[in-house]
Design a protein around this ligand. Structure first.
Ligand code: G3P
Ligand code: CA
Length: 284
């Protein structure tokens, strides 16, 4: 896939189901992926981490406390240990309006299990979450995706806050579309907004054309937050500036319909949401 083909594949507006349909079902579990697929999401968004025995699992937090009945760092657990835990009951307690009895006892899943379920019926928007801690993560990930033929099928985007991780992926296979994630946040209440996009050191709160050009060397898109504690940290000019530098713009994580409508009005190329049903209704 040339860069032109990669950009072409992301030309239309993309509904990206954040951790699955994680507003409706426990994040990063098969029920959440199934609902997202059934709702018509273009991409399933998955965070990838490595277990103590070197297996790739889909999981967001560094620790397992919030979304399982276990505790401590994920990387201290083998896959078998993780899969003996309940990764669904927490959701029913936190979201009584969306609780379902079949969520109880749903398991942590591997990347392989998600691919086994959906194959090329969907597309995968994969974040290398623990790249600094797991130096073999990118190689393992790319092996899995190549074996399954998903890269050739154009079924994968790789995203990361870490530029180093994306460059590592590119060095393994330059045909995968890459998205550089950025995170805008105020350092403190009375200081300027900062932006973090290398995973190393925060810089001043604007991206210059020179930054966009650097990102464009390896990536076809940029993924940004919209809000920090309720305040917008990007605007339409940011979207247009990125697009003028030939980068697609995807914004995370948007669950309320007025914000979705505003971003669509600004011309963004895709939105990450916990409620893909809402975004599908607005865009199709
Ligand atoms: O990958 C986009 C967005 O998911 C980044 O934030 O913390 O939800 O992985 P996070
Ligand atoms: Ca993510």
């Amino acid at each position: 896939n040339s860069i032109e083909q990669q950009l072409e594949a992301l030309q239309d507006f993309q509904v990206i189901a954040h951790r699955g349909a994680s507003g409706h079902a426990p994040e990063h579990t098969l029920p959440a992926w199934q609902l997202a697929h059934d709702m018509g999401a273009d991409y399933l968004e998955l965070d990838i981490q490595m277990t103590a025995d070197g297996r790739l699992v889909v999981f967001h937090d560094e620790t397992i406390d919030r979304t399982t009945n276990g505790e401590g760092p994920l990387r201290d657990y083998t896959l078998a240990e993780l899969q003996s835990l309940d990764a669904g009951s927490w959701f029913n307690q936190a979201n009584p309006n969306h609780a379902r009895s079949d969520f109880e006892g749903t398991r942590v899943v591997t990347l392989d299990e998600v691919i086994d379920r959906f194959g090329t019926q969907t597309r995968y928007y994969i974040e290398t979450k623990s790249a600094e801690r797991d130096p073999t993560l990118e190689a393992e990930l790319m092996d899995t995706l190549s074996e399954r033929g998903l890269i050739e099928a154009g079924a994968v985007v790789i995203q990361s806050f870490s530029q180093e991780s994306l460059r590592e992926v590119e060095s393994i296979n330059p045909d995968v579309p890459l998205v550089q994630l950025v995170w805008y946040y105020p350092e403190s209440e009375d200081s300027d907004t900062l932006i973090e996009w290398t995973g190393v050191t925060p810089g001043p709160g604007t991206i210059t054309d020179a930054d966009f050009e650097t990102i464009r060397e390896y990536a076809v898109g940029i993924g940004s937050n919209l809000n920090y504690q309720g305040d917008a940290v990007i605007d339409e000019a940011f979207v247009k500036q990125a697009q003028a530098n030939d980068l697609r713009v995807h914004v995370y994580t948007i669950n309320d319909i007025p914000a979705m409508e505003q971003l669509i009005d600004w011309g963004v190329d895709g939105i990450f949401t916990d409620f893909p049903d809402r975004l599908v209704r607005l865009t199709r």
